[in-house]
Design a binder for this molecule. Structure first.
Ligand code: AMP
Ligand code: ZN
Ligand code: FE
Ligand code: FE
Length: 290
């Protein structure tokens, strides 16, 4: 039974529709897939319907943009109540920050001689409310200014490059509390992808406010990092997940199911989310197709 707990659709910056992510996961023989678009539950309804059609279990999730002491931390939220008002308010702030950053990025690009319009970027964004740098990268590639998403990030969009503009993100601990109060389970995504700011002491603080686990098996973690993270998780009684972070054509080497989560860990994740639902006075959320 193969389980992939981190994927993106075109409800954020992936390239497949939510229904196609679910269909492809089923075709790959996965038993469970989580849809975890950036800062939004917009893909859930379509993915739910597709999961029922293709006979695969769907975990409704999100990957939320947070910040701890100035460093970005991506937080996976599994099965939170998407109507919980304090969570909705905070996600809207993040989405507004994504939207508001676009004009600034385009202006900065203009100053280095890159002429890209908001309209050209909006074409890539489509209906997604989570405007992301990958959409800008795709617009640059479509115009022939760069050869690929990767090149766009390296040349223009990464921190320190001329098109980079920071955006709002919720303090990580606040978001862990919100997800937990919404009856969900919070897991830090790829903690050591870019840096190792999230260490044992930081994780201990996160555990105090409800963190359930960390994503360990991830393409951006070398084996040595995975081993060290497993050690931290053991000390702190955190679960360790494994996932693809699939983005369709948007991210190479992140194929569906390239990393997976063991069934026993998945069961613990569901148990923790169920406990948080009960503690917050909610019914235990349905897992589609289970
Ligand atoms: P944003 O959401 O606008 O902050 O952009 C972050 C997104 O860009 C994340 O989904 C990353 O996976 C993606 N990303 C970051 N670096 C790269 C890269 N070099 N190539 C493609 N995608 C990237
Ligand atoms: Zn993404
Ligand atoms: Fe991420
Ligand atoms: Fe992701």
């Amino acid at each position: 039974m193969r389980i992939d707990l981190h994927t993106h659709s075109d409800a954020s910056d992936g390239t497949d529709s939510p229904a196609n992510v679910v269909r492809l996961a089923a075709e790959k023989g996965l038993a469970v897939v989580a849809l975890t678009d950036h800062d939004s539950a917009d893909g859930w309804a379509e993915a739910t319907e597709a999961a029922e059609r293709h006979g695969i279990t769907l975990i409704r999730g999100m990957e939320i943009s947070t910040k701890h002491e100035g460093e970005g931390v991506h937080l996976l939220a599994y099965l939170p109540d998407p109507t919980y008002e304090p969570l909705v308010v905070e996600l809207d702030r993040i989405l507004d920050g994504r939207d508001g950053r676009l004009a600034g990025i385009l202006e900065r690009l203009w100053h280095v001689g890159v002429d890209l319009s908001e309209e050209e970027v909006r074409q890539q964004v489509g209906d997604s409310r989570a405007v992301g740098r990958p959409h800008i990268a795709d617009a640059l590639a479509k115009k022939g200014i760069v050869g690929s998403r990767d090149e766009a990030f390296a040349q223009y969009l990464n921190p320190g490059r001329p098109g980079y503009v920071a955006r709002y993100a919720t303090p990580t601990k606040t978001m862990i509390e919100l997800v937990t109060a919404a009856g969900g389970a919070a897991v830090v995504a790829h903690p050591w992808r870019r840096n190792r700011v999230v260490d044992g002491a930081v994780l201990e603080g996160f555990v105090e406010v409800g963190l359930v686990g960390i994503e360990v098996e991830h393409q951006n973690h070398p084996e040595e990092a995975r081993a060290a993270l497993r050690g931290l998780a053991r000390d702190l009684d955190l679960i360790t997940t494994g996932s693809s972070d699939y983005h369709g054509l948007g991210k190479l080497d992140h194929d569906l199911g390239c990393n997976t989560t063991p069934v026993s860990v998945y069961e613990q994740l569901l148990d923790r989310a169920a406990a948080h639902a009960r503690e917050s006075g909610r019914d235990v959320p349905a897992v589609v197709g289970r």
